[in-house]
Design a protein around this ligand. Structure first.
Ligand code: 5AD
Ligand code: SF4
Length: 475
């Protein structure tokens, strides 16, 4: 079998392979294989596309050879991520040729941010592609497939007037299928920040918040389906704003307070945040809400004020450090995570040292770091003084060594602690489960499958390369 999944790794460390629940194939229903690249937002969108297609009679498959429709949900954040899509399309073209020679249909769709950014280019470079559909137009997917089946090469990337949230079939009609005990819930999409390195404002459009009632409905449905932990998603999630039942303006902090009232919803998280949108109410929520987990992904990108300015981050390193201090005062056990870019145009050795210094000061529990990648159409692409790739590589190596050291130190610091563990899925050994710590770590513990979904008290006994070990505390 061609292992498309193995040959197409996820584009970002925070992203992952798709987690679309398996429906058992019924009769000769059409089958769809969805490959997800990039961030959690794409993982969520893939599920939603799966839901939309399910209402059209499709079932999902994890075997690309079985699929009548292959959908690539793509990421455009860095050059490598986009390149992967084209090499995958090359392999799919061969598969399609073979399939058609045997008289069977195979359709290929490209969704996500590469579709949005390079729609026409995809159709030109990859003649095997039938449908190109951007993230704001997924509700038109079934219609687009019908048109493609009638022989058209469809491109659906215009989204000026429609509200994607209004149209998502998953939210309004399809029942949410159980997806285990943790789930994502998109509350906000798009970004108005225009960091000069970033394509998101162009591919995902300007900031749109999902209305409160829709969010509450979906959260309740998730809980009814057995979900205990919900992660609110948005490219700029802490810019979420809505209207409360009393007509007052609500921010993410207010939303979290409201969600924490839903019976059975034990744990809340949110990602990704911008430092400028961490308001008092949100910080206060970290202090007061037991359900809000002590983990915060708060990217700073760089530690030099000169570079932060060139990145249009609109905060200084000192602003960020002050903010971290306030958050830690509110929630002393909070684990911090971040994103970093090395080698932004004009970054000198001294600028890079500032980044290292900031990292030393903050002490991250986890972090993602990248070499700057020029994205066509962003202001960063037009800047002179691009940094040599060898210099970027060397800086990245130094930064990652430091971040890894901090990550290990954080994990080691957990040993001996008693924590609440949400039992999530079977472990590698029989009678072992993998749970999630409040700080988002995977923890192995002896427990029965029937306990999945329970929150139990454990003591952390040791650390492994990517997870922790724990023993149950008998009560
Ligand atoms: N080059 C490198 N990294 C990037 N990111 C976003 N755009 C770029 C780029 N052009 C990183 C940022 C962001 C994360 C999701 O990806 O660190 O926070
Ligand atoms: Fe991109 Fe900056 Fe918006 Fe984050 S805040 S999505 S890095 S433009």
């Amino acid at each position: 079998m061609t292992d498309l999944t193995a040959t197409l790794p996820a584009a970002t460390p925070s992203g992952g392979d798709i987690a679309i629940p398996q429906a058992s194939p019924v009769g000769n229903a059409r089958k769809v294989f969805i490959k997800t690249y990039g961030c959690q937002m794409n993982v969520y969108d893939s599920m939603r596309m799966g839901d939309a297609l399910a209402s059209e009679g499709y079932v999902t498959t994890e075997t690309v050879e079985d699929a009548d429709l292959v959908l690539l949900n793509t990421c455009h954040i860095r050059e490598k991520a986009a390149d992967k899509v084209y090499s995958a399309l090359g392999r799919l073209r061969d598969m399609k040729k073979e399939r058609n020679a045997n008289g069977r249909e195979m359709m290929i769709g490209v969704a996500g941010c590469v579709a949005q950014a390079e729609g026409e280019e995809i159709l030109r470079r990859a003649p095997a592609v039938d449908v190109v559909i951007g993230p704001q137009t997924y509700h038109r997917l079934p219609q687009a497939l019908k048109r493609a089946r009638a022989g058209e090469r469809v491109i659906e990337t215009d989204y000026a007037v429609e509200d994607k949230f209004e149209h998502l079939p998953g939210a309004e009609r399809a029942a949410i299928r159980s997806r285990g005990v943790t789930a994502f819930l998109t509350v906000q999409e798009g970004c108005d920040k225009f960091c000069t390195f970033c394509v998101v404002p162009y591919t995902r459009g300007s900031e749109v918040s999902r209305p409160l009632s829709q969010i509450l409905d979906e959260a309740k449905r998730l809980v009814d389906a057995g979900v205990r932990e919900v992660t609110l998603l948005g490219q700029n999630v802490n810019a979420w704003h809505g209207t409360g039942p009393d007509g007052a303006a609500w921010g993410l902090g207010d939303l979290l307070y409201r969600l924490a009232e839903i019976p059975g919803l034990a744990r809340l998280r949110y990602t990704t945040s911008h430092p400028r949108d961490m308001d008092d109410r949100l910080i206060e929520a970290h202090q007061n809400l037991r359900a809000l987990m002590p983990y915060l992904h708060l990217p700073v990108q760089a530690g030099s004020d000169r570079i932060l300015k060139a990145m249009n981050r609109r905060h200084t390193a000192a602003d960020y450090l002050r903010l971290i201090e306030r958050i830690r005062t509110a929630r002393p056990d909070i684990a911090l995570s971040g994103d970093f870019i090395v080698g932004f145009p004009g970054e000198t050795d001294a600028d890079f040292e500032d980044t290292l210094r900031l990292v030393e000061t903050v002490e991250y529990a986890q972090a993602f770091s990248f070499k700057y990648s020029t994205r066509p159409g962003t202001p960063g692409a037009d800047l002179g003084s691009q940094v040599d790739d060898a210099v970027k590589a060397e800086r990245l190596e130094r930064l990652q060594a430091l971040l890894l050291k901090q990550q290990h130190a954080f994990a080691e610091g957990c040993v001996g602690k008693t924590i609440d563990l949400l039992l999530e899925k079977p472990g590698r050994m029989p009678d072992q489960l993998i749970g999630r710590s409040p700080w988002l770590q995977s923890v192995n513990v002896d427990a029965k499958t029937s306990q999945i979904g329970d929150i139990i008290q454990v003591r952390i006994t040791g650390t492994g390369p990517n997870s922790l070990f724990a023993e149950r505390i008998e009560r």
